[in-house]
Design a protein around this ligand. Structure first.
Ligand SMILES: *Cc1c(COP(=O)(O)O)cnc(C)c1O
Length: 417
């Protein structure tokens, strides 16, 4: 499979092989990760990587763009159809770049943005002090209600009235519940703010129509393409027609140079697959798997933040088990289960330690794991955390995990050589 690479660069080749083996032998529960189809990965590795195409289809700064124009048009048409959007920009290199372009399009430095607190599930690009968003704009953060651990729309409305933001941002990286976009729209209208929905995490669920479509409510919608959407690593922006020019200018030349045409082609392939009925079935399975996972953890006396999930992810509060998120993630990695530590709402611990872990089911659902498989994973997790200081038992669990996950082969098309 990687004959040429092996010849040209054995060192990088060997690292890639080890990474492939890791992906095959670990149980992947990181909520933002997935396994892209081989056709999507193949498209990333094509001669389209060679092409400069600054600008947009039929309006490029370089010659020789007719075929990459075809590809970008296919990507834009498909993603517009997928989400019922009026305009699409498929050039952002990542979700962060998509957010940057929207902010650049409608804000001036110093303008106020109302967005979700990172500690309650928001994202770095929504206003973290070290991120461009926190440096250029005046960020006001909303959180979740202390009792329900869900968004408190009355509080968001009060903050909006008090601070008069120019932009309100909805969407999160670690929020297990469905967001009420209609209510966000009402709040934005009340104070004359733009509404940006960042659906990076749940875009696949939206495409499958099992999550409300933010394009029905927001002027701007941003997303990644590699999480539940299961395309290549990248970003996108959807907007109403009247903002098309502003958004396109903010992406190029505003915040990016030449687009990655090989990645845009892979996005087109991913969107094409997402338009098929099987994709909606897959998304439904992600959510039913996730609900089952959260309920099984709850049966083993793990506290689930907000009491459960409506989506592809949930948060576990580990305080009752007397273990930190950091330690839990390390112990689980020892037994080949990958999760990430995560702050829980009103976490007494700092972010590098954290009191919780985040668990997501997009990747294991891609591997074909269903409810009985999840029951076994829950047993592995509980056994590992309960025996966290016993290297012998952890080694035994790791062997069992590898045996288990190999029942769900990954990338059969990629041969070992
Ligand atoms: C993952 C994520 C992003 C950004 O993704 P990158 O591609 O890593 O820049 C943006 N917003 C939210 C809410 C996310 O979860």
């Amino acid at each position: 499979m990687f004959e040429e690479l092996k010849k040209d660069d054995n060192l990088v080749y060997k690292s890639i092989k080890r990474e492939l083996k890791r992906q095959r032998e670990q149980i992947e529960l990181i909520a933002s990760e997935n396994f892209a189809p081989v056709s999507v990965m193949q498209t990333c590795a094509t001669p389209l990587t060679n092409k400069y195409a600054e600008g947009y289809p039929k309006a490029r700064w370089y010659g020789g763009c007719s075929y990459v124009d075809e590809v970008e048009d296919i990507a834009r048409d498909r993603v517009k159809k997928l989400f019922g959007a009026e305009h699409a920009n498929v050039q952002p290199h990542s979700g962060t770049q998509a957010n940057m372009a929207v902010m650049m399009a409608v804000l001036k430095p110093g303008d106020t943005v109302l967005s979700m607190d990172l500690a309650c599930g928001g994202h770095l690009s929504h206003g973290h002090p070290l991120n461009f968003s926190g440096k250029f704009y005046n960020i006001v953060a909303y959180g979740v209600n202390k009792d329900t651990e869900c968004l408190d729309y009355d509080e968001i409305e009060e903050l909006a009235i008090e601070h008069k933001p120019k932009l309100i941002l909805a969407g999160a990286s670690a929020y297990p519940r469905i967001i009420d976009f209609r209510r966000f729209r009402e709040i934005a209208d009340k104070v004359g703010a733009y509404l940006l929905v960042d659906m990076a995490h749940f875009a696949g669920l939206v495409a499958a129509k099992i999550y409300p479509n933010p394009c029905d409510y927001a002027e701007f919608v941003t997303s990644t393409t590699h999480k539940t959407l299961r395309g290549p690593r990248g970003g996108l922006i959807l907007c109403r027609k009247d903002f098309a020019r502003k958004i396109d200018t903010a992406v190029f030349p505003g915040t990016q140079g030449g687009p990655f045409m090989h990645i845009i082609a892979a996005k087109a392939v991913g969107f094409g697959l997402a338009l098929k009925p099987e994709f909606a079935q897959y998304q439904k399975k992600i959510v039913s798997n996730c609900k089952h996972f959260a309920a099984s953890m709850s049966e083993k006396k793990y506290r689930i933040v907000s009491g459960g999930t409506d989506t592809h992810l949930f948060l576990v509060d580990l305080r009752s088990k007397d273990i930190t998120g950091k330690k839990a993630a390390l112990v689980l990695e020892e037994v080949n289960i990958t999760v990430n530590k995560n702050l829980i709402p009103f976490d007494p611990k700092p972010p590098v330690v954290a009191s919780g872990i985040r668990i997501g089911t997009p990747a294991i659902t891609t591997r074909g794991i269903e409810k009985d498989g999840i029951n076994r994973i829950v047993d592995f997790i509980d056994e590992a955390l309960s025996n966290r200081d016993d290297p012998g038992i952890l080694r035994e669990i790791k062997t069992k995990v590898i045996g288990f996950i190999q029942e769900y082969p990954l990338y059969l098309e990629i041969k070992d050589d």
